[in-house]
Ligand binder design. Structure first.
Ligand SMILES: Nc1ncnc2c1ncn2[C@@H]1O[C@H](COP(=O)(O)OP(=O)(O)OP(=O)(O)O)[C@@H](O)[C@H]1O
Ligand SMILES: [Mg+2]
Length: 271
């Protein structure tokens, strides 16, 4: 068996323009990314470069124009059932209470209601929300909704966790709390994580490895950095370590120009 949980091999993604079907846009070009079982990998890159596209490919939600996805050594066809996915946008069902949102995936899998409820309650309490199960999403704060989404993903005990800028909408304190929670949960279970962010501090603080993507079009990895900071880590404390600052400087050197290119392109698109 492969010691890689997820392999994106020579992935390219070309989209047709909705307004002008003859026009094509290559978002991702010839990208290879491998994540070992138990490894925490972050992908950083400028806005609009193709991060969510890559994650969608890994989740099996988007078929690449070319390239192969392997999951524990097996070629993926269709949805990646070994993966849990935390979306960039809010994905809770507003008509279901928090507990019902956490239970839904288990119910789809055919777990009996009583057992599903018990597991969902355990996860709600693990993310600090015991007693909030009967609240609906609109009765929870943004940070609480993210916790519910986290419980919803982790209750299924996926071997691969895909997270797309899960905390970018949160204030800095809530964000750091959530980051530490994710690290604690990951430490306990050591699943493969592919974490997308455009926040370099977050990427370094959380990960074993940081991959930098170029600005689009034809996004591809342009740098890869092993993060050799000791674990367990506290995301706020680790930022003050000299090694963190050193890594940050090295990676930012590669990322900076791409971020500037990314912004320039967005302005051009908007004009
Ligand atoms: N279904 C689609 N049809 C056409 N173009 C698309 C489609 N999905 C993504 N794109 C384009 O591909 C590029 C990459 O999009 P993607 O959402 O992957 O970027 P991103 O890196 O996740 O950005 P952000 O950091 O803002 O979330 C963008 O230019 C986007 O407009
Ligand atoms: Mg995105």
């Amino acid at each position: 068996m492969s010691d890689h949980a997820l392999e994106l091999l020579s992935i390219s993604c070309t989209f047709h323009s909705k307004d002008n079907p003859g026009q094509r846009y290559t978002a991702v070009a010839d990208t290879t990314l491998r994540i070992k079982a138990g490894e925490f990998v972050s992908v950083v890159g400028p806005t609009g470069c193709g991060k969510s596209t890559l994650l969608n490919v890994g989740a099996g939600l988007l078929e690449p124009s070319s390239g192969t996805v392997k999951v524990f050594g097996q070629t993926l066809a269709g949805i990646n059932t070994r993966a849990g996915y935390m979306f960039q946008t809010e994905a809770l069902m507003p008509w279901r209470s928090a507990i019902d949102n956490v239970m839904v995936g288990l119910q789809y899998r055919g777990v009996p209601d009583a057992q599903a409820r018990e597991q969902a309650e355990a996860w709600l309490s693990r993310v600090g929300l015991s007693g909030f199960g009967d609240r609906y999403p609109h009765q929870l704060s943004g940070g609480m909704r993210k916790r519910v989404a986290l419980a919803q993903t982790l209750v299924l005990d996926p071997d691969i966790i895909l997270m797309d800028e899960p905390f970018s909408a949160l204030d800095i304190q809530t964000r750091q709390l959530m980051e530490n929670e994710v690290l604690d949960l990951w430490n306990a279970k050591k699943k493969a994580v592919l974490f997308i962010t455009h926040d370099l501090d977050e990427a370094i603080a959380m990960s074993d490895r940081v991959v930098v993507l170029s600005a689009g079009p034809a996004t591809h990895p342009i740098g890869e950095f092993a993060i050799d900071l000791a674990r367990p880590r506290d995301v706020a404390e680790v930022r003050t370590q000299p090694r963190f600052v050193e890594l940050h400087t090295q990676i930012w050197e590669v990322l900076r120009d791409e971020v500037l290119k990314g912004y320039a392109q967005q302005l051009k698109k908007a004009a």
